[in-house]
Design a protein around this ligand. Structure first.
Ligand code: UD1
Ligand code: MG
Length: 458
């Protein structure tokens, strides 16, 4: 049986925020959600979050996630006291292999592979995740004996001058046998510089009970970096983004500048994809072979087919495009946009819940909402579907080969038949028949013998 306890009761004072620290985001996701996602990769029997400061807000943020349990720590008397609050919720303990892992809600990027290594290191004893730092100031130090075995952890504030020189530090993350951990937690006290119950004191108790303590190390340094301030949050964000950019480059994706790239979700790319500077990818984005994304675009839950190009400053959300589609510059694709192969959506064109058929073009200044547009249709500049009467939405259908003249308004529900042409400036309130010219405008007249007014003389 495996328990994962995530400590998230701390105040996070240095964030200078009304939002509980663990709800601040990293790569677009609350830090606590990042930790929970990594925890889930180990298929634990229980995930228990210890909440305190901002407990209600934290619970609310994860209300839809039924695999998470909460222990309330109020007030906060230290990391050992925090884990004590979770004891009633722990499962297992009868078997030697039953394990409890402790993670921190403000150490968001610890990776499943590292946690698996920690579990292996626990073996028949206990395991702590440690790191060797150039500047270990502030951290708990790993004290080993002459034969190199871990003996205890001493907090910076309690350490002697000699111990301050130790550069191997406690990341805070550990794995322990569940039954023994409960016992040790009952034996710790707060007789230390901070008057707190230290989780780290369980290490010395383990050694006392002849339970070996092993140390494991993370794959990368950023995995165990904690966030206590917005400065650290920004630094960790950049470290993580650099990591993701690097991974994509290795996979064969071209990034114009890996330092100006942001992924807040998952990005899957085919071969020879090019991404220009300043783009933000959110949710699940899939780019097929040869896709090019111009500078400063936002793509949120988007799928693009092979050879499709998105030009600068386009904003795409819940949209799909087939092969060789041209989008932008300055296009806005809202949820429910489906673009067929070879179609074009140009500058200042907004689409919502709209299908644009094969080879169809809306190249300039248009709003197309709740519309089904066939193949080889030309949408003139300034065309608007009037899809909303202030209460309900209505559908516009434009059949194959239709030509919509510039500055037309299509008052839905309405259908433009196959091959129909609408004259420029038409306000279409009734269906336009196939293959005919339909227009609604007053006839143009010229007033003969008209002269411009002249300024009156005094
Ligand atoms: C802790 C470790 C230290 C380690 C460091 C790594 C202890 C005693 N010390 O110190 O060895 O080097 O982390 O960053 O464990 N929390 C609660 N309830 C509490 C206290 C803390 O939930 O009563 C949570 C915090 O929200 C935070 C985590 O536990 O997520 C760590 O607490 P923090 O106060 O930052 O511990 P440190 O003093 O940094
Ligand atoms: Mg800390």
């Amino acid at each position: 049986m495996l328990n994962i306890v995530i400590l998230a009761a701390g105040m996070g004072k240095r964030m200078q925020s009304d939002l509980p620290k663990v709800l601040h985001t990293l790569a677009g996701k609350p830090m606590l959600a990042q930790v929970i996602d990594s925890a889930r990769q180990l298929s634990p029997d229980r995930i228990i979050v210890v909440v305190g400061h901002g407990a209600d807000a934290v619970r609310k943020a994860f209300a839809d996630q039924t695999d998470i349990e909460y222990a309330l720590q109020q007030p906060q008397y230290g990391t050992g006291h925090a884990v004590q609050q979770a004891i009633p919720l722990l499962v297992g303990g009868e078997q030697e292999g039953d394990t409890t892992i402790v993670l921190y809600g403000d150490v968001p990027l610890v990776q499943p592979a590292t946690l698996k290594r920690l579990l292996e290191a626990r073996a028949n004893g206990m395991a702590v995740l440690t790191e060797t730092l150039q500047d270990p100031t502030g951290y708990g130090r790993i004290v080993r004996n002459d034969s190199g075995q871990v003996q205890r952890i001493v907090e910076h504030k309690d350490a002697t001058e000699q111990e301050h020189k130790i550069r191997e530090v406690n990341t805070g993350i550990l794995a322990a046998p569940t039954a023994k951990l409960k016992d040790w937690l009952g034996r710790i006290n707060n007789d230390n510089a901070q008057g707190e119950y230290y989780l780290t004191d369980t290490i010395a108790l383990s050694v006392q009970d002849n339970v070996p303590v092993n140390a494991a190390q993370p794959d990368a340094n950023w995995e165990t970096l904690g966030v206590n301030s917005r400065v650290q949050q920004a630094q960790l964000e950049r470290a993580w983004q650099a990591e993701q950019a690097q991974r994509l480059l290795v996979q064969g994706v071209s990034l114009a500048d890996p330092a100006r790239f942001d992924l807040r979700g998952t990005l899957e790319c085919g071969r020879d994809v090019f991404i220009d500077v300043g783009c933000v990818f959110e949710g699940t984005v899939t780019l097929a072979d040869g896709v090019r994304v111009g500078p400063h675009c936002v793509l949120r839950n988007v799928t693009l087919g092979a050879g499709t190009r998105v030009e600068a400053f386009s904003h795409l959300e819940q949209a799909t495009a087939a092969e060789n589609v041209k989008i932008g510059p300055y296009a806005r694709l809202r949820p429910g946009t489906v673009l067929a192969a070879e179609s074009h959506v140009g500058n200042f064109v907004e689409l919502k819940k709209t299908t644009l058929g094969q080879g169809s073009k809306a190249n300039h200044l248009a709003y197309l909402g709740d519309a089904e547009i066939g193949a080889q249709v030309n949408i003139g500049a300034g065309t608007i579907t009037c899809n909303y009467d202030g209460v309900n939405k209505f559908k516009t259908t434009i059949e194959d080969g239709a030509f919509i003249g510039s500055d037309s308004q299509l008052v839905a529900p309405v259908t433009v038949g196959k091959g129909a042409t609408l004259g420029a400036g038409t306000t279409l309130t009734k269906d336009a028949p196939a293959d005919k010219l339909t227009l609604s405008r007053t006839r143009q007249t010229t007033i003969e013998n008209w002269t411009r007014p002249t300024k009156k003389q005094d």
